[in-house]
Design a protein around this ligand. Structure first.
Ligand code: SAM
Length: 245
């Protein structure tokens, strides 16, 4: 396959993303550890700390682009297995791995898996107390549409949390990070999955994603209030937060 990813249409973009995650689904969790040197766990734990899930059986979270369940599992555990989380992903292969993991962890009763697009959520208005999305929004072709959908399905008082790769704001780290992402990530991708190009595409998508401030402005534009962000690991990742009030 040739990815000629510079001027792809939105539909093609989603197609490529789907192909990447379909291919890596079974090895996705190990790839995450290798490519982030385990840091993704720290960032995800910090995200759950910021969410502070209510320990309450009526508390409902929607985890979009939830993949193999990392965020949803953490939310359910942090709520002492009281909350309910819906894991939504466009890719059935990722969800299957997630459902299998949930079963093994004994968390299935607190989880629902839904195959759908972040741009067109199959839920009624004001259905959830929180909307989370980790390392997913940069893969969505129309980010503004996804954010509007997030706003729509949240209850009043609901919380939006977006964890995503961001702009490194530390002078030496940024150079190290560039060489890591442009060389090491595609190479590891090739070693583990036999194909480097999908990973080049993913690295490219990190590059193109708006920086902390611009993304915060997009969240405000979608209707959210009190939008803030916190950098993790010098800005390699950032957590954006907003409220529907
Ligand atoms: N949230 C998980 C985590 O942090 O480990 C998975 C993140 S993974 C990097 C990105 C996920 O976004 C993939 O599972 C992919 O299928 C999903 N995705 C891509 N485009 C999507 C869309 N338009 N709607 C919903 N999910 C999408």
């Amino acid at each position: 396959t040739s990815y000629g990813f510079r001027n792809v249409s939105e539909t093609e973009k989603q197609g490529m993303v789907n192909e990447v995650f379909h291919k890596v689904a079974k090895r996705y969790d190990i790839m995450n550890d290798v490519m982030s040197a385990g840091l993704h766990r720290v960032w995800k734990d910090a995200m759950i700390g910021a969410l502070h899930p209510r320990k309450d059986p009526t508390y409902k979270v929607l985890d979009v682009a939830g993949g193999t369940g990392d965020i949803a599992f953490r939310i359910v555990e942090a709520s002492r297995r009281l909350a309910h989380a819906t894991v939504l992903d466009i890719n059935g292969s990722m969800l299957s791995v997630g459902a299998e993991r949930a079963e093994k962890k004994g968390l299935s009763d607190n989880l629902t898996f839904v195959e759908a697009n972040a741009e067109d959520l199959p839920f009624e208005d004001k259905s959830f107390d929180a909307y989370t999305i980790a390392f997913g929004i940069r893969n969505v072709p129309h980010i503004d549409v996804a954010l509007k959908e997030a706003y729509r399905v949240l209850k009043r008082g609901g919380r939006l949390l977006v964890l995503e790769f961001s702009e490194v704001e530390m002078p030496l780290l940024d150079r190290f990070y560039d060489s890591w992402s442009f060389n090491a990530i595609p190479r590891f991708g090739k070693m583990i999955t036999g194909d480097a190009e999908p990973y080049q595409y993913l690295v490219e998508s990190i590059r193109k994603f708006p920086n902390q401030r611009d993304f915060a402005a997009m969240i405000t534009e979608a209707g959210f209030s009190r939008v803030t962000y916190t950098n993790y690991s010098g800005g390699i990742a950032a957590l954006h937060s907003g409220w529907k009030i």
